[in-house]
Structures are given as structure tokens and as C-alpha cells.
Design a binder for this molecule. Structure first.
Ligand code: HEM
Length: 402
């Protein structure tokens, strides 16, 4: 039976949608691909429309006004309006150019052995534990360690990073409780203080950087004669930490979930480890860690089912686009050999994810080595989902490796 989507409102979604949004997303795509929420914002679910929005220079990321309304004057507002993701050129171009220096192929090649070393060390611990939580004991540790190396975060702070990340990113959900808002503000304040000290320390000790650290380049890098201010540095480092570990944690957790739910695909991958790159792409498509993006229409935009006028606030459903049958035959089928697989889990356009190559390498090494080393990996209890619509992942995932 077709779902009634006339009354659907992205700002009023419930636990059912978070648990499995796809029946609703399929119905929206088929019946109302330019769906309007009660507040007038549009929710786009077709691949062609979402790609067109991301490719257009007229679709803006600057959220100063929206965040002013949503947050008022507070640390969350300061953070989100300063990070590159929520800005347009020319500020976006400056910050992006400086950060891009941290993600060159040469840097990535330096990271590969570090990633493999961290994964193998984690897997030794996993073997000792036997029974464990896949998220706490494995998936979240790798990205935290990698980004901490990049930004020179000492080990004693690392345990707190995922809590900060969830608190800060959770405030971007369409519906945010006062408690979640307070937690987000506290996280920005604490995290800013830590980074302020670390940046000052690196300014005073430029030769003290460890392997893989890129903080120095961010501090002293210049684009068009412009350096980042201390506040811009702090807020963009917070963003980098958040962008890099929540999403990568979800990539690993979601992928293992999909493989355990599809034992034929798991066996196929265990028998042919060379399929890992395609498997990671398929996991990114089917369970995209970032499900929803936003843009403000700076001009009218013509889409497949009509025109959105200038001034429309747009929600792009990455999750729906990645299961659009016009782009992906049999879109709900999980097929690690799917080809072509032009998913947009990292979007496209000028804001395309800067960490995509790093995330792919982390995913391939972590997922590939885990399932090869522990062929009898099994779930031992209920998985618990992140209670968020924008970010798709698990907070708990009990498993046994013996
Ligand atoms: C599976 C893991 C990841 C996913 C699914 C993902 C997804 C995305 C998406 C969808 C965007 C675009 C958001 C928008 O403009 O609306 C983005 C931007 C970004 N991501 Fe990622 N990301 C991942 C991992 C990483 C990692 C590991 C890093 C860095 C350590 C990173 C750094 C960034 C940065 C800096 C941007 C902002 C780019 C800009 O605004 O120009 N991401 N990511």
C-alpha cells in the first residue's frame, strides 16, 4: 500500500523514520519529488535533482541567517557559521585551499601504513576481548586516532572527542531539544579551549609535530595573502575532527551491519578480498553516513518536476538519491559487485568531501581486515541507532569474534 506522504514534515519525523526512512523516501520520490515541509522548505529525493543542486554555484551554503534564528548568539552559532562547510566563496575557497594541503595523495600515502598499524593493533585487542561493542571498541577508535594525529591532539583528550562530535553535530538535526542544545554549546566551549592551547603550543614549538600532523600547515598556510585567524583555525579544526570521525565510524559500523545482514555478500567478500573497494562503495550508497544536506537557493532552479524559486531553503536527501531506481537498478538490493555505482555519499560540487579518499582507505583497511581475521564474527545483541535523521549510524553494536 502506498504511504500517504501529503502530511510528511521533515521537521516532525519520528523514531520510525530514523529506524528505516526508505519506504517514506521511495514514496516521496515517486509522488512528491519537490516535497514542501510545513515551514516552506523543500525536501528533494531524486538523484538528478540533488546532483543538480550540488553542482550549481547559485545554491548557497552560507547559513548565517538560519543559524542566527536557530541558535541565537552562542558557541554553536559561532562554530557552525565559521566552519568552511557552511560558507560560500570567497571565505570557503581560502579555508578549503588551506585544508586541502592536508589531503594530498602524498599525505594519504603517508597515512596508509599508519592506518594499517592502528587497525592491526585494534584487532589484537578485539581478539583479546572476544565479546565487544563494535562501535566503542573498534569503529570509533580508528578515525579518532587518525584525525588526532593530523591535528596533534594528545592521547589524553581523545576519549572525549566522539562525545563532542555527537553533541555539536546533533544540534544540526531538524528537531533539537533544549538539553541537546546545551550539550552542543558546552562541547564547543570545551573543545575550543583545548584547541586554543594546542595551536598556541604549536606556534611556540613549530618543530615538535609528530608523524602525519598538519596543524602547522593550517597555522602558517596562506591563500591569496590571507592566513586563518585563531578563531577560524579553532572552529575549522573542530569541524575537521567532527567531519572525519562520526561519519567514518558510521561507515565501518553500517558496513559490518550490512554484511552481517547479507551473509552471501559477506562470504563473497571473504572469498575474494579484492572486492573490498566496491564493497565499501556499496555500503556508502545503501547506508550513507550523512543522509541530509542543505542549500539556500540564491537563484531560481529548474528541477525535474518544477522550479524552486530563489530564497527556497532546500533539504537534499542523499539517502534517497542513493536509492533512486532511475540511477541504481534494483536500488534496495545490497550488491558489492554493483557497477557502475555513482553514489553521492560524499556529494559533488565545490563542497565535495575533502576527506573522501582518507575515509575510503580507512574503510577498506578496517572492514577488510576485520572480516578476514574474524570469519565467524557474529552479532550478540540488539544494535542501537544514533537517534538522528541527518547522521545514520549505530551507537551500540554488540558482537563476538571467536
Ligand atoms: C565515510 C565518511 C565520510 C562521509 C560520508 C563524508 C561526507 C561528507 C559530505 C556529504 C560532505 C558535504 C557536506 C555539504 O556541503 O553539504 C562532506 C564535507 C566535508 N568533509 Fe566529509 N565525509 C566523510 C569523511 C570525512 C573525513 C575522514 C574528513 C576529514 C578528516 C572529512 C572532511 C570533510 C570536509 C573538510 C568537508 C567540507 C568540504 C567543504 O565544505 O568544502 N570528511 N563530507
Amino acid at each position: 500500500m502506498a504511504l500517504d506522504i501529503a502530511t510528511f514534515d521533515l521537521n516532525r519525523i519520528g523514531a520510525d523514520f530514523i529506524d528505516n526512512p526508505h519506504p517514506t523516501l521511495h514514496a516521496l520520490r515517486a509522488q512528491a519529488p519537490l516535497h514542501r515541509n510545513a515551514d516552506g522548505s523543500a525536501y528533494l529525493t531524486r538523484y538528478a535533482d540533488v546532483v543538480k543542486v550540488y553542482a550549481s554555484r547559485d545554491m548557497l551554503s552560507d547559513k548565517t541567517e538560519e543559524f542566527g534564528r536557530k541558535f541565537g548568539q552562542c558557541p554553536l552559532q559561532r562554530h557552525h557559521t565559521t566552519s568552511l562547510i557552511f560558507n560560500d566563496p570567497p571565505y570557503h575557497t581560502v579555508v578549503r585551499k588551506l585544508i586541502a594541503g592536508a589531503f594530498t595523495p602524498r599525505r594519504l600515502a603517508e597515512f596508509e601504513p599508519l592506518i594499517a598499524g592502528i587497525v592491526d593493533r585494534l584487532l589484537d585487542r578485539v581478539a583479546d576481548l572476544g565479546d565487544l561493542d563494535l562501535i566503542d571498541d573498534f569503529a570509533k577508535v580508528l578515525p579518532t586516532e587518525i584525525i588526532s594525529l593530523m591535528l596533534g591532539i594528545p592521547p589524553e583528550y581523545r576519549a572525549r572527542l566522539r562525545g563532542y562530535s555527537i553533541a555539536i553535530l546533533g544540534a544540526l538535526d531538524p528537531v533539537v531539544s533544549p538539553a541537546r542544545m546545551a550539550a552542543g554549546n558546552a562541547a564547543v566551549e570545551e573543545f575550543s579551549a583545548i584547541l586554543n592551547d594546542l595551536i598556541n603550543h604549536r606556534r611556540a614549538n613549530p618543530d615538535g609535530a609528530g608523524p602525519g600532523e598538519v596543524l602547522d600547515g593550517l597555522i602558517h598556510g596562506e591563500h591569496d595573502g590571507r592566513r586563518l585567524t585563531q578563531e577560524e583555525l579553532i572552529q575549522n579544526c573542530i569541524f575537521l575532527l567532527n567531519a572525519g570521525h562520526e561519519t567514518t565510524t558510521s561507515l565501518v559500523g553500517n558496513s559490518i551491519g550490512l554484511l552481517l545482514d547479507h551473509p552471501d555478500q559477506l562470504r563473497l567478500l571473504q572469498g575474494e578480498p579484492g572486492l573490498i573497494a566496491g564493497a565499501v562503495e556499496e555500503c556508502l550508497r545503501v547506508e550513507s553516513p550523512l543522509q541530509i544536506g542543505n542549500r539556500l537557493a540564491g537563484e531560481d532552479i529548474v528541477l525535474t518536476d518544477g522550479v524552486l524559486p530563489r530564497g527556497t531553503y532546500i533539504h537534499t536527501s542523499i539517502g534517497a538519491a542513493n536509492r533512486d531506481p532511475d540511477q541504481f537498478p534494483d536500488p534496495d538490493r545490497f550488491d558489492i559487485r554493483r557497477s557502475p555505482n555513482r553514489h553521492i555519499a560524499f556529494i559533488t560540487g565545490i563542497h565535495v568531501c575533502l576527506g573522501a579518499s582518507l575515509a575510503r582507505v580507512e574503510g577498506r583497511i578496517a572492514i577488510g581486515r576485520l572480516i578476514q581475521r574474524f570469519p565467524h564474527l557474529a552479532q550478540t545483541g540488539a544494535r542501537v541507532r544514533l537517534p538522528l535523521a541527518r547522521f545514520r549510524g549505530y551507537t551500540a553494536f554488540p558482537v563476538r569474534v571467536a
